[in-house]
Design a binder for this molecule. Structure first.
Ligand code: NAD
Length: 255
């Protein structure tokens, strides 16, 4: 049985993690950490320091806020607790610095996107890119999303650019935009146009459209609700016990 602490357990993602861990046969929630949470089922702490002091868990899952995640991880990693992190806002050099605080055998796992389908979409895009001269990314999110384009769209564009090996698109670009309609060809991310749609009705969707002579290939992924992240979170929780150091990206466990 894997004992799990959920940091940010009263939030949208944290509460979905509590439900998913509770429903799994091989793990249980032993405590939750959140200044705004309460529970009749497991112990609740306001800070990770208090939870680590009380002990009783092997893995800390963190879905909190960019402003607090670093402090949470500093405490947990120094105590040798494996961490599964979905909270955004930690740059790679910061993740490396945090992982270095942990004793040998401890794992810091960060996934910018926990949906298995989005990871596969990026892998399929990497395979397709060398065979299609044109590629554009269209991403669709709910209107509360603060950033555009999404991190997944940016990463997909980078992957396509790397797989193109220096080859350039021949499709008309931003220079053909009509005055007053700038942005019609999207944002250019490493030479790949990226278009961001924000609307009620979406959670998170993305299409990658490839074009070649006489053919197009469309790869599409849709997240319809937050449960779509949970298979990836559970995979992370099950995997960190056998790994150590910093691991970034769910694809590392999808083999
Ligand atoms: P939310 O605002 O609903 O929940 C955050 C929770 O953290 C709140 O309940 C808050 O009280 C709690 N919190 C604040 N300070 C805390 C602290 N010091 N210790 C413990 N808990 C604390 O946010 P959300 O929608 O659940 O998203 C959480 C994070 O996860 C965001 O950074 C979001 O971008 C990210 N996210 C990542 C993925 C992914 O696949 N990697 C997917 C969705 C969301």
């Amino acid at each position: 049985m894997i004992n799990v602490a959920v940091s940010g357990f009263a939030g949208r993602m944290g509460s979905a993690v509590v439900d998913a861990v509770t429903a799994a046969d091989d793990m249980q929630v032993t405590c939750g950490i959140d200044p705004h949470g309460s529970s009749k089922v497991f112990a609740v702490y306001e800070t990770v320091e208090q939870a680590v002091h009380a002990g009783g868990f092997d893995v800390l899952v963190d879905f909190t806020q960019p402003s607090v995640v670093e402090g949470n991880l500093r405490v947990a990693l120094a105590a040798g607790i494996d961490c599964v992190v979905g909270t955004t806002g930690l740059a790679n050099d910061k993740l490396e610095e945090l992982a270095a605080l942990a004793p040998e055998g401890t794992c810091l796992f960060y996934a910018p996107n926990f949906t298995t389908g989005a990871v596969l979409m990026m892998q399929f895009a990497k395979s397709a890119a060398p065979f299609f001269p044109e590629a554009e990314v269209l991403e669709f999110h709910h209107c509360n999303k603060k950033d555009a384009p999404s991190g997944t769209a940016v990463r997909t564009a980078q992957i396509i650019s790397e797989a193109r090996d220096g080859r350039q698109s021949v499709a008309p670009g931003k220079e053909t935009e009509i005055a007053g309609c700038e942005g019609a060809r999207g944002a250019l991310v490493e030479g790949v146009p990226v278009h961001s749609v924000r609307s009620m009705g979406y959670v998170a969707s993305q299409e990658v459209v490839f074009g070649s002579m006489g053919q197009t290939l469309t790869i599409r992924h849709d997240s319809w609700d937050r449960t779509s992240y949970m298979p990836g979170v559970l995979l992370g929780i099950r995997s960190v016990g056998d790994r150590q150091g910093l691991i970034v990206g769910l694809e590392n466990f999808m083999e």
